[in-house]
Design a protein around this ligand. Structure first.
Ligand SMILES: Cc1cc2nc3c(=O)[nH]c(=O)nc-3n(C[C@H](O)[C@H](O)[C@H](O)COP(=O)(O)O)c2cc1C
Length: 243
C-alpha cells in the first residue's frame, strides 16, 4: 500500500498472533526508528526491548488496562534519555545545568517520540500492528527500578508490536478546520466541535466492537475529570531534572 494510504488506515492493535517477529525485521524497525530527525543531532533517547517474560508481565500489571502487553511478541520501552550526555559532560568536568532544564527535557521527549513514530510507520508498512502504551507511567518509580534507569532518564511509553489478530475500524480524526489555521490561531474554528461530536457519536455507535453512545467531547470531559499521575513532577525531580 502507498505510504500515505497506510498512514491514513492506522489503528492501534491490542490483539496479536503468537507469531514471533524475525530478528532481521526487528533490526529494520530499530534502524527506521533511529533514522528520524533529532534536535541538534543530540539523539536524546534510548530504546529498551523487553524480552524477559516476567518483566513484560510486571509492566502489563503497571498499565492496569493494557494486559495485551503480556501477549505482545515484541515490546519496546522508549526512554527520554539525557544520561548519555551527562556521562560525557561529567567525564569532561562540565556543568550539567544545560541538561537538566525544561528545554532539554522537552528535546528528549520529542526525540524519543519521533523515533517511536518512525518505528510505527515502518512496522505497519510490514503488515505489523502497533500500540503505544503510556500506561507504564502509572508507576514511574517501579519502571525505573525494573529497567535499571539512571538519572536524567524518563520512561515515556511502551510500544507493543505484532501480527494483528483483529483490527478496529479507524477512528475519525478531528476535521482539518478544527486542527489547522492559517497565519494565526482561529479560536472559533478550532473550538467548534459540533460536527466532530456528531461524527464520533456515529463512529462509536456503529463500530465493529465496544459500541457506545458517546461523543468525543463526552470522552474528553471524562478523561480530564481527574488530575492524572500527579507524582510525575516528583519523579522528574528525583531523576535530576530542575524544571
Ligand atoms: C503516547 C500514547 C500513549 C498511549 N497509551 C495507551 C495505553 O496505555 N493503552 C492503550 O490501550 N492505548 C494507548 N494508546 C493508544 C491510543 O489510545 C490510540 O492511539 C487512540 O485512542 C487513537 O486510536 P487509534 O490509534 O486506533 O487510531 C496510546 C497512544 C499514545 C500516542
Amino acid at each position: 500500500m502507498h505510504t500515505i494510504e497506510q498512514m491514513k488506515h492506522h489503528v492501534s492493535v491490542r490483539n496479536y498472533q503468537k507469531k514471533a517477529i524475525p530478528v532481521e525485521i526487528k533490526q529494520e524497525l530499530l534502524l527506521a526508528a533511529q533514522s528520524g530527525s533529532t534536535s541538534n543531532f543530540v539523539q536524546a533517547y534510548s530504546i529498551i526491548e523487553i524480552g524477559d517474560q516476567a518483566k513484560k508481565r510486571q509492566l502489563a500489571e503497571i498499565t492496569k488496562f493494557s494486559g495485551h502487553l503480556n501477549q505482545a511478541p515484541l515490546v519496546y520501552v522508549f526512554v527520554a534519555d539525557l544520561y548519555r550526555h551527562a556521562a560525557q559532560l561529567e567525564k569532561h568536568h562540565r556543568d550539567l545545568a544545560p541538561l537538566t532544564n525544561t528545554e532539554s527535557f522537552v528535546v528528549s521527549i520529542v526525540d524519543a517520540t519521533i523515533a517511536a513514530q518512525n518505528m510505527c510507520v515502518a512496522a505497519e508498512s510490514l503488515g505489523l500492528g502497533i500500540c503505544y502504551i503510556g500506561g507504564i507511567r502509572n508507576d514511574l518509580f517501579k519502571v525505573k527500578e525494573l529497567l535499571n534507569l539512571p538519572k536524567l532518564t524518563v520512561p515515556l511509553f511502551a510500544l507493543s508490536i505484532g501480527y494483528p489478530n483483529e483490527k478496529n475500524d479507524p477512528k475519525p480524526r478531528l476535521p482539518l478546520n478544527n486542527l489547522v489555521s492559517m497565519d494565526s490561531y482561529k479560536i472559533d474554528e478550532i473550538t467548534n466541535l459540533a460536527n466532530y461530536d456528531e461524527q464520533t457519536s456515529q463512529y462509536y455507535q456503529n463500530r465493529n466492537s465496544h459500541q457506545a453512545n458517546i461523543t468525543w467531547t463526552e470522552k474528553d470531559l471524562d478523561f480530564f475529570s481527574e488530575v492524572r499521575r500527579p507524582e510525575f513532577a516528583r519523579f522528574l525531580k528525583e531523576q535530576g531534572f530542575d524544571l
